[in-house]
Design a protein around this ligand. Structure first.
Ligand code: FMN
Length: 368
């Protein structure tokens, strides 16, 4: 059952299920000499759950990070780093009742077919949003590494349902304000409308999706390994590993299809001795290689599949049509929790490519 690892040089392996003992991650290939403590990782994990209980599920996960290996005397050693958080606030009762009735929109049916019914279905098992906690732990290490090389990755909520942030804000503002609102939108006014939209959907027994924008600033030009390990391809691949992500675009993205070449091309110009472009429709990547402009990515997140409204399904034991009303604790919109996860997987991919390009060494400078 391979498929749970990503990366060539910075290899991240995810493990654990929603209602198992723990979720975790192993990083093989992290350079030696990075100062790292559990507190560094904890700070990122703590940002996962918005402090607004009404817009997220009732499962309040007080996740305590444990580093099991790969760190000695507060520095990474170059050996595999394994990190876990225990699953504590677990309630599997609702899933026993539902195990025969696959939830429309969730992975219950496809996972049952693939694993012959042996998969741990409790809480969505491997297909739960909970696996993103582990990706955030790996992302915390990746972001710490990127920081040393002045690369900055940050994500925020661009849209929830039909509520869209249309204001153009500076990267500085986005970066500094994105976690100041529960929905992770840097504009307070828009964030309030997004929050209201989520609460209305929840009241109706329904759910909402949205769009996350991720920006990677200061990525040096020349990163990416065409053809199949193109930088955009690898970023998209890791973003699609996040449950509920259904679309990924770069720069002008799908809108570019309706533009003329003269409108879509980003004219080059000199800034001192640096080549930059006056616009960024290409989103910082051309030919699968970074251009040096900010990498701008958007991920489309679908509405949460588990909704209280009655839905049609099939009882798999009797093979009869059936109806289902999903009970249990579910996020009425997964976008706010997915923002730090999106940031993390992009950071992981960039570290892998920076190591491949020889721009992050295998051993960092000795620190006294
Ligand atoms: C952070 C996060 C939290 C999620 N929470 C829920 C949830 O509470 N209920 C649910 O039905 N789906 C939730 N999902 C989405 C499902 O896990 C996902 O839709 C499902 O695994 C099917 O995969 P797909 O949508 O990528 O095809 C969540 C996803 C993320 C990223």
């Amino acid at each position: 059952m391979a498929g749970n690892s990503t990366g060539r040089e910075f290899v991240v392996t995810s493990f654990g299920e929603s209602h198992g003992r723990s979720v975790g991650v192993t990083i093989d290939g992290c350079p030696a000499g990075l100062q790292l403590t559990e507190a560094d990782i904890q700070a990122e994990v703590d940002r996962r759950i918005p402090k607004q209980p009404k817009i997220v599920s009732g499962r309040i996960e007080k996740d305590k990070v444990q580093i099991l290996s790969g760190v000695f005397n507060r520095f990474t050693t170059g050996a595999p780093i394994t990190m876990i958080v225990a699953n504590k606030d677990v309630d599997s009762r609702d899933y026993e009742a539902m195990k025969d009735l696959p939830r429309p929109g969730h992975a219950d049916y496809t996972a049952r077919i693939k694993y012959g019914g042996f998969n741990d279905y409790r809480g969505g098992g491997r297909f739960s949003g909970r696996i993103t906690v582990a990706l955030i732990m790996a992302g915390a290490v990746a972001k710490k590494l990127l920081n040393q090389f002045q690369v900055d990755v940050f994500a925020y909520t661009k849209a929830i349902g039909n509520v869209k942030l249309d204001k153009s804000l500076s990267y500085e503002t986005v970066r500094n304000r994105r976690f100041q609102t529960p929905v992770r939108c840097p504009d307070k006014e828009c964030a309030k409308k997004m929050e209201e939209a989520i609460l209305t959907a929840k009241k109706e027994g329904d759910s909402l999706g949205g769009i996350i924008e991720i920006i990677a600033a200061n990525v040096p030009p020349g990163i990416g390994e065409p053809l199949f390990d193109a930088l955009d391809a690898d970023i998209a691949k890791t973003l699609f590993a996040l449950p509920a992500v259904k679309g990924v675009e770069f720069g002008a993205g799908f809108k570019a299809a309706a533009l003329k070449g003269s409108e879509n091309n980003d004219a080059y110009q000199l800034l001192g001795d640096k080549v930059i472009s006056s616009t960024n429709n290409h989103g910082g990547i051309l030919g699968g290689i970074s251009s040096g402009m900010p990498i701008v990515i958007r991920a489309a997140v679908k509405p949460t599949p588990s909704i209280a409204k009655e839905q049609q399904t099939v009882a798999l034991s009797t093979m009869e049509n059936a109806t289902l009303r999903v009970t249990g604790r579910h996020d009425p919109c997964v976008v706010p929790k997915a923002v730090p996860a999106a940031e993390s997987v992009v950071a992981i991919t960039l570290v892998d490519h920076l190591i491949r390009a020889g721009l992050i060494p295998k051993v960092l400078k000795e620190q006294k």
